[in-house]
Design a protein around this ligand. Structure first.
Ligand SMILES: Cc1cc2nc3c(=O)[nH]c(=O)nc-3n(C[C@H](O)[C@H](O)[C@H](O)COP(=O)(O)OP(=O)(O)OC[C@H]3O[C@@H](n4cnc5c(N)ncnc54)[C@H](O)[C@@H]3O)c2cc1C
Length: 459
């Protein structure tokens, strides 16, 4: 088997195929293993976030420490642990590949036929590789709208934002999705004056309004500006001292830098997929069935190249399953219940149905229990003021349909709700269980008691 791409999907596909006793080669065009997850996405942004949180907390305690960031702060200082984290990750991944016996080929792969690939290596003759099975796990790259001339110096995308030398004084963020919300709030927490602009009325529109409102108010309390319902006509570097963003209606914003976070596009252009007998779908993605198999029986695909949810967490499992299916190993259906983790400041996380989705499916009478973190002991101790946890139940107030959380720690806490959903539990499970005290997990119990109180009233 040959796996193309060494991101979360490709790695897990390669390791699984090896574990099933196959001869496996992993082709990667960049020098490092790990894909955009490790080098340009998840890990770098979360490393910066940790330091942004530290800075935010120090600022909150400024009276104690008289704290102020240096004016000419280099971005590298703020992601100083990144090199250590990446190096450790790289070493661990290479070791795992070697231990499993996966052959690593450094080069760019393109199809010659459904079972043969040409691999172009640096300053070497291309190599032809023939194989029985192929997993495409080539990931994605940032989408660049025509009116935003990304130069990776003043106008940046999510791949180049962390290559800025210095922390800018001001930043315009275009977009209202996960990556835009994460970077906007992270840079605002670092003291950058951030303006977030999107054509939609709210950021993170797939969440319930009360969650996105909590995000907006936390972002604005830190000093950020949210401009919804705003169309950007164009943005450009003025050649002198700033980026100009022109919006419909005459609004013009000048900033040191601009980040364009307008979605991602599958990495397929250099794969020559027509030679494999494949076609892209209308969204420019590779179509797969529930077994992650493409229209060509010997070719499977996994990760961002097949589209949403476009998460590292889901990509890993898709990669593993693609190999199992390709090699005839039973691994069950892929579970639809995938949690969403948004590492903005504050964190947001959800699993299962949102309140809006539940109302669409079960009617207006769904019962929603809420708990507010300033009303539970751990929330007060940790000074988590804006936190909220919601449990969405069916109209009888029994079956748990979804859990949504906004607060520091939300991305970890959500897994308790995920387990209840996976086990088809009634909401009572949160009341019958005893949680450690004081913990944020106690919020589940408080929200569940709220559901029970509402249930009493309708009985
Ligand atoms: C800023 C940011 C933050 C994110 N945060 C999170 C998060 O917190 N949690 C989460 O779950 N997800 C997060 N994601 C999403 C996550 O990074 C992706 O879903 C994940 O990396 C997809 O994995 P993949 O294996 O499909 O592709 P990738 O990680 O993109 O890897 C694909 C690999 O294929 C290689 N490749 C491409 N074409 C070829 C070719 N022709 N020949 C050889 N090699 C090739 C590429 O060089 C690359 O190394 C984030 C993404 C970004 C951009």
């Amino acid at each position: 088997m040959v796996v193309i791409g060494s991101g979360p999907a490709g790695q897990k596909a390669a390791i699984q195929a090896r574990n099933l006793g196959n001869t496996v080669a992993l082709i990667e065009k960049t020098r490092e293993l790990g894909g955009s997850c490790v080098h340009r996405g998840t890990i770098p942004s979360k490393t910066l976030r940790e330091n942004a949180l530290r800075v935010k907390n120090m600022r909150m305690n400024a009276e104690l420490a008289n704290f102020k960031l240096r004016e000419d702060l280099e971005l590298a200082t703020l992601i100083n642990r990144l090199e250590i984290v990446l190096h450790a990750h790289d070493k661990y991944m290479s070791k795992q590949m070697t231990r499993c016996g996966v052959e690593f080929i450094h080069g760019r792969a393109r199809f010659l036929s459904p079972t043969s690939l040409e691999v172009t290596k640096l300053r070497q003759e291309p190599e032809i590789i023939n194989c029985q099975r192929i997993v495409i796990a080539t990931g994605s790259h940032p989408r660049v709208p025509d009116n935003i001339p990304i130069d990776h110096e003043h106008l940046l995308d999510s791949d180049s934002i962390l290559s800025m030398m210095y922390l800018p004084k001001s930043l315009v963020v275009l977009g209202g999705g996960v990556i835009a919300s994460e970077y906007a709030s992270i840079f605002q927490a670092l003291g950058v004056k951030v303006t977030m602009i999107d054509k939609y009325p709210r950021p993170l529109g797939f969440l319930d309004d009360d969650l996105s409102s909590t995000f907006i108010s936390a972002f604005e309390n830190m000093g950020g500006t949210w401009l919804g319902n705003t169309n950007v006509i164009k943005a450009y570097w003025n050649g002198y001292d700033g980026v100009i963003t022109e919006c419909e209606g005459g609004l013009e914003i000048k900033s040191d830098k601009l980040l364009c976070a307008a979605g991602r596009i599958a990495n397929v252009s250099d794969l020559n997929i027509e030679e494999a007998g494949l076609q892209l779908n209308s969204r420019g993605l590779i179509t797969v069935d529930e077994h992650l198999q493409t229209q060509v029986p010997s070719i499977y695909a996994a990760g961002d190249v097949i589209g949403p949810p476009s998460l590292a967490s889901a990509s890993m499992e898709q990669g593993r399953r693609a190999s199992c299916n390709a090699l005839g190993k039973e691994c069950g259906r892929i579970h639809q219940l995938i949690p969403t983790g948004i590492y903005s400041i504050p964190e947001l996380s959800s699993v299962g149905l949102s309140e809006t989705q539940a109302k669409e499916q079960y009617g207006e009478n769904v019962i929603v229990g809420r708990s507010f973190f300033d009303e539970i002991a751990r929330g007060q101790i940790n000074d988590i003021q804006d936190g909220m946890l919601k449990i969405v139940c069916d109209p009888q107030g029994r079956k748990v349909l979804g859990v949504m959380i906004v607060a520091e720690g939300a991305t970890e806490l959500v897994h308790i709700g995920q387990m209840a959903l996976l086990n088809d539990n009634d909401v009572d499970v949160f009341v019958e269980s005893i949680f450690n005290f004081p913990t944020l997990a106690e919020a589940y119990r408080v929200a569940a008691l709220d559901v029970l109180a509402q249930r009493e009233k309708i009985q």
